[in-house]
Design a protein around this ligand. Structure first.
Ligand code: ADE
Ligand code: ZN
Length: 359
């Protein structure tokens, strides 16, 4: 039996560490929930809103989408459906962001958001072959005081469901260092820490996230290579990037196509850059599309792509015993897929892998 490249990469079991539950919502679900909740969207079909000129414009649309999410069941449903779609993309383990500031701004209590998300996770764990933990993202423009309240909430939740704190939304004009006490409080509470940085902002924001916020991972880190000294530090300390190449093309628009993305060059320099979908509902992609794009446009070969998945296991906030089990499950699955006659096996690299020359 033979298998296509696309079939192989879709079936490849994956670990995804950067995906926003609101941005993963299906357009059809958003339209239905808006109708049911009596929320007027500016268009009939939310997909008509999904063309962005930059990150700030994307976040304006994000706010519009979030208006449709009101009840516990709305959050349960988008969480469950996000994981159904993850399974279709081959995801076996995911850490997913929820960013409650948007809906809290529309009067939805944090407890409603969290109850729905937790139910969605529990239902998905009962029905689907995927495991997921949540990271609560603070909204940078809402400032450190609001962020501190989210950390206090996170500290009280089941640590096996809510593993950590992140920070998202716009990057330009944000004083990242002002969040240092928030991240220190998260560390004191035993929460893991990550932060969006260097997406459409400079490498200096990545430095601040690492040096002043003490993050264990950097979300995006697109601009890392601009600072060679920081790059060395990221390599030496094994700090992973949760890269989102297609998002960077379609949302922040910091590169015209994946062929110009620094992902492979970052890996060639020893950075543990992983592959993630970011907002798959709003970009109408999934993480398999990112794997396909870095294969086709950056020449990543199968070995490299399997290694990306294993790096994501290491960079995850899962307990060590779960990482060991996951690595062995993935290794067996990689081998099984390699036996299915895929052209990716033993194929000459399309361009170059991280261990070879870049095109
Ligand atoms: N929230 C959802 N997606 C985001 C992104 N790509 N950057 C910053 N904040 C976000
Ligand atoms: Zn993101």
């Amino acid at each position: 039996m033979t298998m296509t490249v696309e079939g192989h990469l879709r079936a490849l079991p994956k670990v995804e560490l950067h995906c926003h539950v609101e941005g993963a919502a299906r357009a059809s679900t958003i339209a239905e929930l808006a109708r049911r909740n009596g929320v007027a969207l500016p268009v009939e079909d939310p997909e008509e809103l999904f063309e962005f000129e930059d990150l700030n414009q994307f976040l304006d649309v994000y706010g519009v989408i979030c208006r449709s999410l009101v009840t516990v069941d709305d959050f349960r449903r988008i969480t469950y459906e996000a994981l159904e779609d993850a399974v279709a993309a081959g995801v076996r383990y995911r850490e997913m962001f929820v960013s409650p500031a948007f809906v809290m701004g529309f009067g939805v209590p944090l407890a409603t958001v969290w109850e729905g998300v937790a139910q969605g996770l529990a239902d998905a764990h009962a029905d689907l072959p995927v495991r997921c933990r949540m990271v609560l993202d603070v909204d940078k423009p809402s400032g450190p005081a609001a962020a501190m309240e989210l950390v206090a909430f996170a500290a009280e939740q089941d640590r096996d469901v809510l593993v950590g704190i992140g920070a998202d939304s716009v990057e330009r004009g944000i004083d990242h260092a002002a969040f240092a006490p928030v991240f220190a409080a998260a560390a004191d509470a035993g929460l893991h820490r990550t932060c969006h940085a260097g997406e459409d902002g400079p490498a200096a924001n990545i430095r601040t996230a690492i040096e002043q916020l003490g993050v264990e991972r950097v979300d995006h880190g697109f601009r890392l290579l601009d600072d060679p000294e920081l790059t060395r530090r990221v390599v030496d300390e094994g700090i992973a990037l949760t890269s989102c190449p297609l998002s960077n093309v379609l949302i922040a628009r910091v590169v015209p196509d994946v062929g110009h993305h620094p992902f492979i060059e970052q890996r060639r320099q020893g950075v543990r850059a992983t592959l993630n979908s970011d907002d798959p509902g709003m970009t109408r992609t999934d993480v398999t599309d990112d794997f396909l794009a870095v294969h086709r446009e950056l020449g990543a070969d199968l070995h490299e792509l399997e290694q990306v998945v294993l790096d994501a296991v290491d960079a995850s906030f899962a307990p060590d015993d779960e990482k060991v089990a996951l690595r062995s499950e993935l290794g067996a699955e990689f081998a099984r897929l390699r036996d299915m006659g895929s052209p990716l096996v033993d194929a000459a690299p399309v361009g170059a892998s991280a261990t070879g020359e870049r095109r």
